[in-house]
Design a protein around this ligand. Structure first.
Ligand code: NAP
Ligand code: GCO
Length: 262
């Protein structure tokens, strides 16, 4: 097999959850550009419509579904309509930035439900068909918070830490069926999810957290969703057939760096 074929996704079906915009959209675009047939989901009709226009404008043929990934019946219906997936990217996610002692159990559970239980639900739904097909790829979108904590993100860090271990467990339990389950751990990426952390201040200054992240990133910049494209194609392709249970951090060096001296 030549190197181009090794990274080709031609003839594969990829389902990317939460891919109406942000990281999911960029990953779906990359997988589509590598030849995969794209299916994606989100909860909002408006987001779905805009996303379909976006994929079409980029020459990507994508099928979009309204599906809340925390709802097992909706997930089963979507995967049945897709006809199964060779590649599943568990990308859909939310965050609630609340000091832990002020966070309700309901808010905590909602974050766990989307960021951890939903990847379980979606993975459980695709694995039986992947086994019948002779194998598959599951990619879980983890986080810096799979390794680190910080104020106000207790639910999110708990979910992303759990997602790292779910990744390792799926790899352990289903590797013998030629299913590879790996994670991508993005650093701080400029998307709607992190927009509040990058808001320009009333005096025109950059957000303090924005400046903090720049000081903690050797690349001295926020990541762009497109920075994740290569890692996603690699982990979705034959090139990673002997890679299993790994988290590939695409973080501009944050996890390696103590941070710039003030
Ligand atoms: P985002 O901009 O908030 O986009 C989230 C996407 O998920 C949207 O398309 C949203 O569409 C969809 N979604 C949310 N809840 C859903 C649900 N229950 N069912 C189906 N779709 C749902 O987030 P992002 O920054 O692109 O992040 C994507 C993933 O990367 C998340 O797992 C996040 O934790 C992770 N991550 C982000 C960063 C970062 O710095 N941005 C870094 C590391 C990891 P609807 O609202 O229409 O459903
Ligand atoms: C936050 C951010 C982070 C990023 C990402 C970092 O509030 O700290 O939202 O959690 O979303 O997960 O990898």
């Amino acid at each position: 097999m030549n190197i181009t074929e090794l990274f080709s996704l031609k003839g594969r079906t990829a389902l990317v959850t939460g891919a109406a915009y942000g990281i999911g959209f960029a990953i779906a675009e990359a997988l589509g550009s590598a030849g995969a047939e794209i299916a994606f989901c989100c909860r909002s009709e408006e987001h779905l419509k805009t996303a379909l226009e976006g994929y079409s404008a980029r020459g990507i043929s994508a099928r979009g579904f309204i599906c809340d990934v925390t709802d097992e019946a909706q997930v089963a219906k979507m995967i049945n309509e897709i006809g199964g997936a060779d590649i599943l990217v568990n990308n859909a996610g939310i965050i609630k930035r609340i000091p832990m002692t002020e966070m309700s159990a309901e808010d905590f559970r909602e974050v766990i439900d989307v960021d951890l239980t939903a990847p379980f639900i979606c993975s459980k739904a695709v694995i039986p068909d992947m086994i019948k097909r002779g194998g598959g790829k599951i990619i879980n979108i983890c986080s810096m918070m799979s390794e680190l904590g910080r104020e106000t993100v207790s639910a999110y860090a708990s979910a992303k830490g759990g997602l790292k271990m779910l990744t390792k467990n799926i790899a352990s339990e289903y590797g013998r069926f030629n299913i590879q389950c790996n994670g991508i751990g993005p650093g701080y990426i400029a998307t709607p999810q992190t927009a509040p952390l990058r808001e320009i201040q009333p005096d025109g200054a950059r957000h303090p957290f924005d400046r903090f992240i720049i000081s903690k990133t050797p690349a001295e910049r926020w990541g762009e969703p497109s920075d994740l494209a290569g890692a996603a194609v690699f982990l979705a392709s034959r090139a990673s057939d002997f890679v299993n249970g790994q988290i590939l951090y695409v973080d501009g060096g944050i996890l390696a760096y103590i941070g710039k001296q003030p």
